[in-house]
Design a protein around this ligand. Structure first.
Ligand SMILES: Cc1cc2nc3c(=O)[nH]c(=O)nc-3n(C[C@H](O)[C@H](O)[C@H](O)COP(=O)(O)OP(=O)(O)OC[C@H]3O[C@@H](n4cnc5c(N)ncnc54)[C@H](O)[C@@H]3O)c2cc1C
Ligand code: FES
Length: 352
């Protein structure tokens, strides 16, 4: 594979997108393709990733640029080239752009890996619930778990029909190679009807002590999460689009929390520390965006963890948190899209 020189897009401080070359495009199904990315040697550290993480892509769209996250379907431990898999969404902007326009040799702006949908430590069995394109981070987690642990694994993979199943051959091969450790159960709506709670309860029988990983369309995730309500270790990944500039509602200013608020605060991103104005009522993410330092984000609703950063100094209140676990909070991480300061000195570190 030929290596090309690294080109960091934009010269403003704090910008974290790199231009990478697409090495190969793989047709997975009629409406999903995988895109193998070439990582130049000088970026291999920046693009080191954990199974289950995602990359953020940015493309020009009319007068502005739009960003979306796509999970890595490759596994770092399997020594595979870095790969994401994108399924078309009806009338969706970036998913169709990827499938129609991105070819081997194309270049695209990418932000380094992020995300918390990664393997927990320990030896508990692992049960995965994937629906449609939600299989992408799950196949990565399965490959890594098979290679790096002795844990037992079970996957329920739900799709509309047999033609929609992504990674069919890869999953069959993994199951054949590890018959005593991996069980793959396919559910096809056209053959078996929509999934029911009763079917899910039957599938998790005997897996009480497992860690559960859920990723798929909203209705599917809601159903699975209801069934898993009483389980203690459940990881979820929600596939939500970032709000595009033309679709964004002006965020309403919340009342400023009580306390002596900062006029300015410190933000570290991509090895640079900036001092930026705090705009009363706004979140730390909104302030960072307004200051032009291009922080990472996606849902802006507290679900995806894209915007997480280490709070190195000061105190904040978060409006919502559906992404960070207790251990992340204890380590000092916050969701900057949900955080407003309650102390005069604030320092958030996106590299932390
Ligand atoms: C952490 C993470 C990982 C992800 N991983 C993957 C992955 O591995 N593979 C994958 O395929 N996807 C993944 N996604 C989802 C992906 O980021 C996109 O959300 C998805 O591809 C749809 O984006 P889009 O631009 O094609 O569609 P969008 O343009 O965002 O539109 C989506 C749908 O909403 C409608 N819509 C949205 N806003 C409006 C509006 N204001 N007015 C009218 N209609 C609207 C569109 O018509 C369309 O039907 C992931 C998401 C996250 C957050
Ligand atoms: S942007 Fe998704 S949690 Fe903040």
């Amino acid at each position: 594979m030929t290596q090309s020189a690294t080109f960091q897009v934009d010269l403003e401080p704090g910008v974290a997108f790199y231009e990478l070359k697409v090495a190969e495009v793989i047709e997975e199904t009629a409406d999903a393709r995988s895109f193998v990315l070439e990582i130049p040697p000088d970026l291999s550290e920046r693009f080191r990733y954990r199974a289950g993480q995602f990359l953020t892509f940015r493309i020009p769209w009319g007068d502005f640029r739009i960003t979306r996250c796509y999970s890595l379907s490759s596994s770092p431990e399997a020594d595979e080239p870095v790969k994401v898999t994108v399924k078309r969404v009806a009338d969706g902007r970036m998913s169709n752009w990827f499938n129609d326009r991105l070819a081997a040799g194309s270049r695209i702006e990418v932000r380094p890996p992020a995300g918390q949908f990664v393997l927990g430590e320990g030896s508990a069995p692992l049960m995965f619930f994937g629906g449609g394109s939600g299989i992408t981070p799950i196949v990565s987690l399965i490959k890594t778990a098979l290679l790096t642990t002795q844990r037992r694994l079970k996957l329920l993979y739900a799709n509309r029909d047999a033609e929609s199943v992504i990674f069919r051959r890869e999953l069959d091969a993994l199951e054949a190679r590890h018959p005593e450790r991996l069980e793959v159960v396919h559910h096809l709506d056209d053959a078996a009807g929509f999934l029911t709670q009763a079917r899910l309860h039957a599938l998790i029988e005997g897996w009480d002590a497992a860690e559960f990983y859920v990723c798929g369309p909203t209705a599917y995730m809601d159903l699975v999460e209801e069934v898993l309500e009483s389980r203690s270790v459940v990881f979820v990944e929600r596939f939500i689009s970032a709000r595009d500039p033309d679709r964004r509602e002006e965020p309403s200013d919340a009342p400023s929390p009580a306390g002596d608020l900062p006029q300015k605060y410190k933000v570290t991103i991509e090895d640079r520390t900036h001092e930026i104005p705090y705009l009363p009522g706004k979140t730390l993410l909104e302030c960072a965006k307004q200051a032009g330092i291009d922080p990472p984000f996606s849902c802006e609703e507290g679900y995806c963890s894209c915007c997480m950063a280490m709070l190195r100094q000061g105190e904040v209140v978060m409006a919502t948190n559906d992404a960070l676990a207790e251990k992340d909070l204890a380590a000092g991480y916050v969701l900057t899209c949900q955080s407003r300061p309650t102390s005069p000195e604030i320092w958030v570190d996106y590299d932390g």
